[in-house]
Ligand binder design. Sequence first.
Ligand code: PGA
Length: 252
Amino acid sequence: MLVVANWKMNPIELADARKLFSGIKKHVRNLKNTDAVICPPFPYIEPLVSTYRGKKVDFGAQDVYWEREGSKTGEVSAPMLRDIGAKYVIVGHSERRALGESDEEIAQKVQASLRSNLIPILCFGERKHDSEGAFLEVISKQLKTCLKDVSEKDIRNVVLAYEPIWAIGGGADNAMTPHEIHQMTLFIRKVLRELYDESASQKVRILYGGSVESTNSEALAKDAHVDGFLVGHASLNATHFGNILETVEKQK
Ligand code: PGA
């Protein structure tokens, strides 16, 4: 199981980021079956990586640009992230899509990450969950476009994070039910099967994100049939995030 903390644009000061991380570190010592990944804002990645002596946590960024270097003011490239010790990168988060990022651009970000040996955590999910099932078409199109250049060999190194936009940022009541998430993972694997062979499609890790909290993580870990979670607001509290890690660890 893989549990990813998406700190988004928090906390405001490096000192608080260090404090949050030391709180989280206390909960990772006994993890055996669970990989923990922390995705802080860009300026905190290197300070946290360079002072961490343990092996239980990996680090990731929250975005990446698809070119290696050059005149791209404000952008950060995959080789730069790799060089400072990031292993993962979130791409296509709905909060970036809301700023205008397209599936085509996300496809380039996925490719650029793989070229630099970064594991892309590809986010996708519908804005509205209509009862006619039109959202399934949205998800299928997002996946097919974002993965269009990913080979059968490389797809194993991509992590998928299904995050229905309507479920993000609320309380635990906002999250999808374990049963609904399970149905979605079956659908996602069916889409993968249209693109890749059976073995590759089964190996891809599928995470769920959207109001995962310490109060619902046990039920989700037990019954949602996912390979882990992408956790937003609950990852800003070391005790809550630690509880999520511990419940996930217990399920396996
Ligand atoms: P949330 O955010 O856990 O606060 O809903 C998840 C995300 O946006 O990645």
